[in-house]
Every structure is written in structure tokens, then in C-alpha cells.
Design a protein around this ligand. Structure first.
Ligand code: UD1
Length: 316
């Protein structure tokens, strides 16, 4: 059993990662400032004696180092972040603070207190408009947003510190993650969370463009398992891996699955393609497979679960 410190534990990916680690018998120290994370997401974890929650801001200097000094975790999974690409474009300074400076604070906490491993929430956004398909980890990195640039900078910061001070760093390059607890509130939220809410409420969805664009959608439960493995599997060395399925799903396919489950809802409304929208994004999962991770949940299965699951209730 290991003790894992999870930053952003109340978020979409953080809460599923926490649940996965607890389910595997590990102890979890969760940290979240509830900026975008929600206590509701931790309803299961909070019932576990192996879980402790600290409501703190890891981007504030000294906070994480003090916590790591007190808790002495075996590994840190750093998921706390500004998670919206659009918000990073609107507020690049905040993006720098939350998505670059906070990573430096993680590296520093690991160095000062001898943490053996750091797992970092990177993103397919570091590839930007890379022409290669499927995208391998060696593809040219051409981020096209402050968000993508910050994730790439953080990978380098953490890997460089790990190599110098002797801790392992695993950078997890998530593709399009979907599942329960994803916030559908903004128009820039993940398309599946928006579709799930609209269909549940009986409202037609919007398809930007002809709907033939494709993404590599990965279920959050698989992502959580990939994070737990990266944090706890003995013998891993530093590096980066795509966290993806290697399978492409079009927007039309997605809408078709939802429509079949909600026969009363009107047909999707077509709108012009979003400016800057990429047509196809597909990852190569081979590197993660070599480390022992393969996604298990298909899109249809994951969507069926999402459709049948009631929205997360609000805690008192
Ligand atoms: C992701 C980011 C986006 C960023 C882009 C490039 C998320 C949630 N979005 O977009 O902010 O600019 O990477 O790095 O991480 N769509 C619809 N109808 C909707 C919503 C979306 O048709 O109601 C379409 C979009 O136009 C897009 C596809 O669905 O073609 C997927 O959209 P989204 O879930 O936002 O992901 P990315 O496009 O990959």
C-alpha cells in the first residue's frame, strides 16, 4: 500500500483518480481549493478512513511543501490546474500561475522532501495542430494556446527537476476525457458533457461543422486507472505517454448514440465549424501499453453509463 498525494482531488479527473486509488487499497491525501473542483465529487472518498482532504491552494507558495513535509507521500499526482483552454486564452497570467508556477512548486516540494515520484496531468493540447495521425509522443510539439504551452513547459520543468534531483516523473498526455462529474456549465466544456446534459433535459444539441470531425475519447475511469498505475507501479522510469484509446469517434456517431437512448429529443442543429477547430485528433496508445496501461471502456459503453447515471447530488 502506498500513500499518494493528489492535487485537484475534487475535480473531474482528480476525484475518479482518488476513488481508484482508494479502491486499490492505497491511502490518499487530497488537496483542492474548490475553485473548479466540487466536494460532491468526493462523496464516496470522504466515507473512507484512508482518505484525508485538505482545502488548500497548491499554487500559493509554501502550501504544498508544508503539506508534503507533514504527510510524507510516496508519490504526488498533480492534477490541480486551470482546466479550460478558453479560460487560458482569456486570462494567460492566471494560466501561468496555475499551470506553470504550481508545477514548479510541485517539483520543489518533491525535491525538498524526497518524494519518489510525480505524475503530471499533461494534455494532447501540447501537440497543437500536429499533422501526424495517430500522434506519437515523438510528434513535434506545436501548442496553439497558453494552456498547451503551459502543459509543455510543466512537463519539461518536472522532467528536468526529476532527472537532476532523483525522482521519477510520469507525464500523462490525456486526450478527450469524458465521464461522470465533468462540468457541462461552459460552452467550452467537453462535448460529451454538454451532449449528456442537453439530451437529459430534452434539448437538441449543436453540431459545429458537419459532425464528421473525430476525437479520441477516453473514459475517465480508464484515465484514473492510468494515473494510479503511473503513481504506484514499481520500476517505472521518467517519461511521457499518451493516455488515449487509439480509436476515433465522430461527432455524428456520438449524437447517434445519445439519440438512440433519448428518442424524443429533436435532431441536432448544425452551426458553422468553430474557429480553430481541428478536424481529427487521434493518439497512439502504444507507449502507455508498454508500461502496462490499455483503455478498457469503449465509447458506447462509457456513454451508456453516463446516460444512466443521475447527475451528482449537491452535498449540504
Ligand atoms: C479541446 C478543448 C478546446 C481547445 C482544443 C484545442 C476541451 C473541452 N476543449 O477541444 O477548448 O481549443 O482542445 O486544444 O478540452 N462540439 C460540437 N458541439 C458542442 C461542443 C463541441 O459540435 O456543443 C464539437 C467541437 O466543435 C469539436 C468537438 O465537438 O469539433 C470536440 O469538442 P471539445 O469537447 O471542446 O474538444 P476539442 O475540440 O478537442
Amino acid at each position: 500500500m502506498a500513500k499518494i498525494l493528489v492535487t485537484g482531488a475534487a475535480g473531474f479527473i482528480g476525484s475518479h483518480t482518488t476513488d481508484c486509488l482508494l479502491g486499490e487499497g492505497h491511502a490518499v491525501v487530497g488537496v483542492d481549493n474548490f475553485r473548479t473542483g466540487r466536494k460532491e465529487n468526493l462523496a464516496t472518498a470522504l466515507r473512507s478512513p484512508a482518505f484525508a482532504l485538505h482545502v488548500k491552494d497548491v499554487a500559493a507558495p509554501g502550501v504544498l511543501a508544508a503539506l508534503v513535509a507533514a504527510e510524507r507521500p510516496d508519490a504526488i499526482i498533480h492534477l490541480a490546474a486551470l482546466v479550460s483552454v478558453q479560460e487560458s486564452i482569456a486570462n494567460p497570467e492566471l494560466n501561468f500561475s496555475l499551470n506553470v508556477q504550481a508545477s514548479q512548486l510541485v517539483a520543489e516540494a518533491a525535491r525538498l522532501h524526497g518524494v519518489g515520484r510525480v505524475v503530471f496531468a499533461s494534455s494532447a493540447a501540447i501537440y497543437g495542430d500536429a499533422a501526424e495521425r495517430p500522434i506519437r509522443e515523438s510528434a513535434e510539439k506545436r501548442p496553439v494556446s497558453p494552456y498547451g504551452a503551459a502543459k509543455l513547459a510543466s512537463e519539461d520543468l518536472l522532467l528536468g527537476h526529476g532527472a537532476c534531483y532523483g525522482f521519477t516523473v510520469r507525464c500523462q498526455r490525456y486526450f478527450n476525457v469524458f465521464g461522470t462529474r465533468q462540468d457541462p456549465a461552459s460552452p467550452y466544456s467537453g462535448v460529451i458533457s454538454i451532449f449528456a446534459r442537453n439530451y437529459r433535459e430534452g434539448k437538441p444539441v449543436t453540431l459545429f461543422g458537419d459532425g464528421r470531425q473525430t476525437r479520441d475519447f477516453i473514459a475517465v475511469r480508464d484515465v484514473a486507472r492510468a494515473n494510479a498505475l503511473a503513481a504506484t507501479r514499481p520500476g517505472l522510469t521518467s517519461g511521457a505517454a499518451n493516455i488515449c484509446t487509439g480509436r476515433a469517434t465522430s461527432l455524428l456517431d456520438l449524437a447517434g448514440i445519445f439519440a438512440a437512448a433519448h428518442p424524443g429529443v429533436g435532431a441536432p442543429v448544425h452551426r458553422p465549424a468553430r474557429a480553430g477547430d481541428i478536424l481529427h485528433s487521434l493518439g497512439d496508445p502504444a507507449a502507455a501499453a508498454a508500461l502496462g496501461f490499455t483503455a478498457r471502456t469503449g465509447v458506447a459503453e462509457g456513454l451508456a453509463e453516463l446516460i444512466s447515471e443521475p447527475p451528482v447530488p449537491v452535498l449540504p
